[in-house]
Design a protein around this ligand. Structure first.
Ligand code: NAP
Length: 343
């Protein structure tokens, strides 16, 4: 199939909710490359993932350049060792349909990875449940230095309907959780979290939109206190969840999506420091890029669980390269999970 050589560049950095029409520009690439040059691979993008971290990247990117996100691409030609024509690779790739690439990723620890495809899962799964959100959930929950989750424990997971949160809750159940309590926005999301992702309970933060009401609901769900809070969202949900932890409980600090479109000065001033101190709580941030050397561990355990349907996942797919900005804008009013573009 012939593919138009196009790119989507950033033309404006919004301070609040991104409007796709004033933030990005779709344009043809003049004289697109047709073969690899020494040290490079010629790539044709196939599936682009649009995840919450891109909101942060949009603040630091260069106007006039395309954004870069996790993408599955086909190697059309290669003059770089380790990559052959026809390989499918996954990694940090700019928003272009076709381009030369040096094989490097966001970090030196994550070069473009040649995919070993599952015969039963869609290509896009390599960007979600078997990609960066999956790695994040797995290592954040299980790393002894972060979540250190153990059988018999009670866990609270925010962003429970999202890519990371839904995986965390399901994996905790499979690992013998005493109770998995999700937090999501609205009755439909809460039904999804309980009925499809099999969490024991789900608390609707949109119905209980104060710290006091959320704390009361979480304490009712975990009367003796939860062992672990896996934080995907930040804001008042973090504050409420910390108050519902047992003495010496832990927080795995994964993300703060509720703060994404705030100006920096509007971010939550943490007024839960007293709870951390007097509760002897450990709060530990982690970054998925630090786990790239351990991906074999992830694939060995998780691929069979996903193939057997023991870890369920959902994707929102937009068709057409021109839909990437729309998918990006949709992150601000997330429907179910990370948005993706594919053809
Ligand atoms: P996702 O699939 O887009 O899901 C995000 C979830 O956040 C949505 O289901 C949404 O659910 C919820 N949400 C959105 N705005 C919210 C708000 N104002 N208050 C409360 N909840 C809100 O995203 P994801 O890929 O799962 O990512 C989840 C988090 O992990 C993000 O914060 C991301 O930045 C972080 N992350 C961190 C790392 C790392 O290395 N530490 C790596 C990947 C991702 P509702 O509709 O229910 O509100």
């Amino acid at each position: 199939m012939s593919v138009l050589a196009e790119e989507i560049t950033v033309i404006h950095k919004p301070s609040d909710f991104p409007d796709p029409s004033t933030t990005f520009k779709l344009q043809p690439i003049d004289n697109p490359p047709t073969s690899a040059t020494p040290g490079h691979i010629l790539l044709r993008s196939k599936v682009i993932s649009v995840d919450p971290y891109l909101r942060t990247l949009l603040r630091s990117c260069t106007v006039g350049d395309p954004l870069i996100s996790y993408t599955v691409a086909e190697v059309v030609d290669s003059q770089r060792e380790g990559y052959r024509r026809g390989d499918l690779v996954m990694g940090a790739i700019p928003w272009r349909t076709i381009q030369l690439h040096d094989g490097k990723g966001f970090h030196s620890s994550e070069p473009l990875r040649v995919l070993h495809l599952s015969p039963t899962l869609p290509l896009s799964a390599n960007l979600g449940v078997l990609g960066m959100p999956g790695f994040t959930a797995y290592f954040g929950l299980l790393d002894p230095d972060v979540g250190n989750f153990q059988a018999g424990q009670i866990i609270i997971v925010s962003g429970a309907a999202g890519a990371v949160g839904s995986f965390v809750g399901q994996l905790a159940k499979l690992k013998g959780a005493k109770k998995v309590i999700g937090i999501a926005g609205g009755p439909d999301k809460c039904s999804l979290v309980k009925e499809r992702y099999l969490f024991d309970e789900c608390i609707d933060y949109k119905a209980l939109n104060t710290t006091e009401a959320m704390t009361a609901a979480l304490k009712a769900a975990a009367p003796g206190g939860a062992d672990l809070y896996f934080d995907n969202v930040g804001g008042f949900i973090t504050q409420s969840s910390i108050k519902a932890l047992r003495h010496f409980g832990r927080v795995a600090l994964c993300g703060a999506i509720s703060q994404s479109n705030n100006r920096p000065e509007a971010n939550l001033i943490p007024n839960f420091l007293g709870d951390l101190i007097y509760g002897g709580i450990t709060m530990r941030g982690f970054f998925v890029g630090d786990y790239m050397a351990r991906l074999d561990e992830f694939f060995t355990e998780v691929v069979p669980l996903v193939e057997e349907g023991k870890i369920r996942f959902d994707e929102t797919v937009y068709r057409g390269f021109d839909k990437v900005p729309e998918a990006f804008a949709g992150l601000s009013k997330v429907i179910i999970q990370g948005k993706q573009w594919s053809w």
